[in-house]
Write a protein that binds this ligand. Structure first.
Ligand SMILES: *[C@@H]1O[C@H](CO)[C@@H](O)[C@H](O)[C@H]1NC(C)=O
Ligand SMILES: *[C@@H]1O[C@H](CO)[C@@H](O)[C@H](O)[C@H]1NC(C)=O
Ligand SMILES: *[C@@H]1O[C@H](CO)[C@@H](O)[C@H](O)[C@H]1NC(C)=O
Ligand SMILES: *[C@@H]1O[C@H](CO)[C@@H](O)[C@H](O)[C@H]1NC(C)=O
Ligand SMILES: *[C@@H]1O[C@H](CO)[C@@H](O)[C@H](O)[C@H]1NC(C)=O
Ligand SMILES: *[C@@H]1O[C@H](CO)[C@@H](O)[C@H](O)[C@H]1NC(C)=O
Length: 590
């Protein structure tokens, strides 16, 4: 995407900005499209200011080298109170609204700490260079050496939020956290929600139980503060979540540690999170062909403005919409796609690959509902552990209802896959009639995610036919499972493969216990490990995504340059190596 600024001229301190700011960003509860009467609060003064700074930086520095990252500017910690900083900004010398590179650099240096300076490296106490019992099945010396390097990356990625953030929250968009955390890496310099699940899977393989538990403690603190787990621990992520995997994190930690205290203190937070996902904005009722009404859930961010961390792109993308309400609706769909974790993908487009047709809130997603059945079962399990039998029974019952709903609304008996369902509209408080032909028949890795959950992987005849379907889907490529079959230029599409998708499918296949499924799982894992290894040898780093069409190449596309580090990729490689090992005599090459 090229960043153009065609529809509005943003000048530094003229009224153009203020008017624009007012008309677009001030929204009332009675906005035309029905979104459950959801009021969207204005950004905090700090965020509004940092977005102005971001826009000026974009105009001053440009993006000719493709290195401009708008997120950097909303991450900058202040050195002085906002009023002082804003005053200095207003007074920057400018020529007809534009600030020189030199003046802006001087201002940035004098008034801000660096992005990420408020979240510092921390040596995890439970890290040892080679933990006892580490990946016992990895016999190949070079793979073992590499696995130990990947393991050592937890040191690079463990952070602590500075006390200054809690003391002066108005100086930081970073949110204070009670414990240490592990970040994905590069521009993702804060803790993220669904990434943390695979980070934790890796930490468990690395025997770093305290570091894993600390992440969960942080996410619970976000629920206590905001009512749900934020997309990430930043002030600009307070109005959307991400795929709900906190209960799955706690479950995995509990399996390794039998930490009943953790389960006890998590349960109230999980119940609160469950309410968030079942609130009006996320809930949809479907009347199926047999006359049964089902309740399922969708992504929907409480946001109808440009995402602050990417507002340059979002404004440019929205520039062809003429009305304020169309722009607001589009911004909501963009933020909701971010809530899905799949930002961005043809999965959410009514007319792929046309980005302006994003309609995330009109999709009932297979994977979200699979995660929620997992959450229901985990809550039932935790309730049982803590002796709360009635809560346990209640959640078992609702998981049964969701299973029926998933079978009725998503399952496609011809394709032997679960397909996302398109709503006519994204209206709330209305029962939608299930209609043939509204299932999205395009191939996505998410069509197989239910396999990851017990109600589905434990049904061996079902797994048998889904395995056949996966094998012939076209999604299995040289270096792993493709996200989709559409090469749209978006990062959650072909030819990218993502660690979490590989992991969920592999683990589901494996847990089915079916021989054929197990060998497919191992095949995918070997391809994935191989490409991660070859790319690491070539580039010296772990990447956030890989090109599954070409073994030994990392992925691209999307709205920012490819990132390295990388939390969930490291986690999945370690989890796969723990499960499958690597024999001494198996070559590793593409
Ligand atoms: C957006 O998030 C902020 C901070 O959590 C909250 O105060 C506000 O109510 C949220 N907006 C909506 C519409 O929920
Ligand atoms: C100042 O900026 C405006 C808007 O971009 C432009 O139309 C005008 O020509 C500029 N004036 C000068 C003197 O550069
Ligand atoms: C806006 O519309 C023009 C003309 O159809 C098109 O070329 C351009 O790509 C569109 N811009 C965006 C951001 O969609
Ligand atoms: C993309 O979709 C928008 C909104 O429906 C439409 O106005 C535009 O013409 C489409 N662009 C292309 C290139 O098809
Ligand atoms: C909960 O159920 C278990 C058996 O499933 C039983 O042993 C226990 O006494 C029950 N607890 C309560 C509080 O009813
Ligand atoms: C990890 O951190 C060490 C020490 O700071 C550094 O030398 C190394 O390059 C880092 N590795 C990666 C892959 O970022």
């Amino acid at each position: 995407m090229t960043y153009t600024n065609n529809s509005h001229h943003f000048s530094l301190h003229t009224h153009t900005w203020l008017l624009f700011n007012f008309s677009l960003f001030t929204v009332t509860a009675s906005s035309s499209s029905s979104h459950c009467g959801m009021a969207v609060t204005p950004s905090t003064p700090l965020l509004s200011f940092l977005q102005r700074l971001q826009q000026t930086a974009f105009e001053t520095f440009g993006n000719s080298d493709n290195k401009f990252d708008p997120k950097t500017y909303v991450d900058l910690p202040l050195k002085f109170p906002l009023s002082v900083t804003e005053h200095a900004f207003q007074n920057l010398p400018n020529n007809n609204g534009s600030v020189t590179v030199q003046d802006l650099n001087r201002f940035l240096e004098s008034h801000f700490e660096g992005a990420g300076d408020d979240i510092v490296h921390l040596d995890p106490q439970d890290f040892v260079p080679e933990p006892e019992g580490f990946l016992p099945k990895v016999k190949h010396p070079e793979i073992r050496a590499w696995a130990l390097e990947v393991h050592s990356l937890w040191k690079n990625l463990t952070r602590k939020v500075l006390g200054a953030v809690k003391a002066h929250p108005n100086f930081h968009t970073l949110l204070p956290l009670p414990d240490s955390c592990v970040v994905p890496g590069s521009r993702f310099r804060e803790v993220y929600y669904w990434d943390s699940y695979w980070v934790i899977r890796g930490l468990l393989a690395s025997k770093m139980y305290n570091t894993a538990t600390a992440i969960v403690t942080n996410l619970i603190s976000l629920i206590e503060e905001y009512g749900f787990v934020l997309n990430g621990a930043r002030a600009y992520y307070t109005n959307r979540s991400q795929p709900p995997l906190l209960s799955a994190m706690i479950y995995e930690i509990y399996l390794s540690t039998s930490d009943t205290e953790l389960v006890k203190r998590s349960l109230p937070a999980l119940l609160k999170e469950y309410e968030f996902w079942n609130s009006d904005i996320h809930k949809v009722s479907i009347l199926d062909a047999q006359g049964c009404t089902h309740t399922l859930n969708r992504y929907q961010a409480m946001w109808n403005k440009p995402r602050p961390e990417s507002s340059i792109m979002d404004r440019a993308s929205a520039s062809n919409f003429s009305s304020v309400s169309e722009k607001q609706q589009f911004f909501r769909e963009v933020a909701s796609a971010a809530e899905s974790g799949w930002d961005f993908s043809t999965r959410w487009m009514r007319n792929p690959p046309n980005f302006t047709t994003l309609a995330t809130t009109s999709v009932i997603p297979v994977d979200l509902n699979a995660f929620l059945i997992g959450m229901e079962l985990n809550i039932a399990f935790f309730a049982k552990v803590t002796g709360d039998n009635s809560t346990a029974e209640h959640f078992l019952e609702i998981s049964e209802l969701r299973k029926k709903a998933i079978n009725s609304v998503f399952w496609n008996a011809n394709m032997k896959q679960w397909l996302d369902y398109w709503l006519d509209s994204s209206k709330c408080e209305e029962v939608h009639d299930w209609k043939n032909g509204r299932q999205n028949q395009n191939l996505f890795a998410s069509n197989f995610v239910p396999l990851w959950l017990k109600p589905f992987y434990s049904d061996t005849s079902l797994v048998g036919s889904v395995v056949e379907s996966l094998k012939t889907s076209g999604l299995l490529r040289a270096a792993g499972v493709a996200t989709s079959l559409t090469d749209s230029g978006q990062q959650w599409d072909f030819p990218n493969g993502w660690a979490p998708l590989q992991h969920m499918l592999v683990e589901g296949l494996l847990k089915s216990g079916l021989k054929e499924a197990r060998s497919l799982a191992e095949d995918i894992a070997i391809r994935w490990i191989t490409t991660n290894y070859i790319v690491y040898k070539k580039t010296g780093v772990m990447h956030e995504k890989y090109d599954v069409e070409h073994c030994g190449e990392f992925g691209g596309g999307g709205e920012y340059v490819p990132q390295t580090g990388f939390g969930w990729s490291n986690g999945v490689v370690l989890a796969f190596l723990e499960e499958f090992g690597w024999p001494q005599d198996r070559n590793i090459e593409c």
